[in-house]
Design a protein around this ligand. Structure first.
Ligand SMILES: [Zn+2]
Length: 327
């Protein structure tokens, strides 16, 4: 056990950012937050876990949160974001997928929640489609969390989310403010730029750029070290995805902090790898198609150029086959 004195020492060491010796870290009593928060620049944080990576940008009494985690987790996200000392004043969805918009109900009821119009439309459809299941899903979550010894504050958050769902589902799941191509949002003295280049991971991807902090939030236009999800029903376009990645690379210098949708925080090299990924995928497919291979055969390929990417390439090979053969 850690006595009170040692605990105080750990806390004060952590507060000033002193590196702790490993044995002390291993005895840390418990994580104090549900999400793993990482400050990547003063006033700019990332929340990892429980859905796509979230960006929090605060300044001058205002804060922007980009993405809302999985269904049921919005209230926890908002509570933990606001515990850093600034109320959330504006929210963004980078795209419609449920691991980025599932917690929207904690934001859209009383704040501007901004997305591309196609994301708004798809989130409305999505929410309406599962309207009959929301109570059960939340009740199951509360039950599992109670048995699993989850922090009681998080369980309370899910109860609050259930009440909000009861009162305002599905309307308050959807973004309430949209833009087509570009939007500038003020957060205190900071500017956050939102941009939709075109279809990429979906037909409604938005990335964020915080110039004064030199930070980019890619949404799911960047998957680090794994095969990105190519959503055929959501309007994926591999060449459009590359155009979006190129637009982000053009904003980068060697110091730029790149917050991916899934995976670690990286720099411009992460974006360059994502760009190259599609070239490699496409050249593997094109070579096979030129040899007269079937879609099934293409999906069974294991391109050596993609050997260091984790996961199975079969699905993405099939999507690119459809693009190449269909176009
Ligand atoms: Zn996604």
């Amino acid at each position: 056990m850690i006595d009170r004195r040692e605990f105080t020492r750990i806390l004060s060491a952590a507060a000033v950012g002193v590196a702790l010796p490993a044995p002390v870290l291993a005895r840390w009593p418990r994580q104090d937050t549900y999400f793993r928060w990482q400050e990547v620049s003063p006033g700019v944080r990332v929340a990892i876990g429980g859905g796509g990576n979230v960006l929090l940008v605060a300044d001058g009494g205002e804060a922007l949160v980009s993405d809302a985690k999985n269904f049921g987790m919005g209230h926890t996200l908002r509570r933990e974001a606001e515990a850093f000392g600034t109320p959330v004043t504006v929210a963004v969805n980078t795209h419609h997928h449920g691991d980025h918009s599932g917690g929207n109900i904690a934001f859209a009821g009383d704040l501007p929640l901004i997305s591309n119009p196609a994301a708004q439309r798809r989130i409305r459809q999505q929410a309406a489609g599962v309207a009959g299941q929301t109570n059960d899903r939340l009740a199951t979550m509360i039950d599992q969390m109670s048995r699993g010894g989850t922090d009681p504050r998080v369980i309370d958050d899910v109860r609050n989310e259930a009440s909000a769902v009861e009162a305002a589902y599905p309307e308050a799941m959807a973004p309430n403010d949209t833009f087509e191509v570009e939007r500038e949002v003020r957060v205190g003295r900071r500017t956050v730029l939102l941009r939709h280049v075109g279809a990429g991971h979906t037909d409604n991807d938005v990335f964020l750029h915080v110039p004064d902090a030199n930070v980019i939030h890619t949404g799911d236009l960047l998957f680090v070290g794994r095969h990105g999800f190519m959503d055929q029903n959501g309007g994926v376009d591999s060449q459009g995805w590359q155009r979006s990645v190129r637009a982000m690379i053009d904003l980068c210098d060697t110091e730029t902090i790149v917050v991916s949708g899934h995976g670690e925080v990286v720099d411009r090299h992460g974006l360059e790898r994502q760009y190259e990924y599609f070239n490699q995928l496409r050249s593997a497919v094109e070579a096979a198609v030129a040899e007269g291979r079937t879609k099934e055969e293409v999906q069974a390929l294991t391109p050596p150029s993609l050997a260091d990417i984790s996961g199975n390439p079969s699905r993405n090979l099939g999507v690119v086959y459809d693009e190449v053969a269909g176009g």
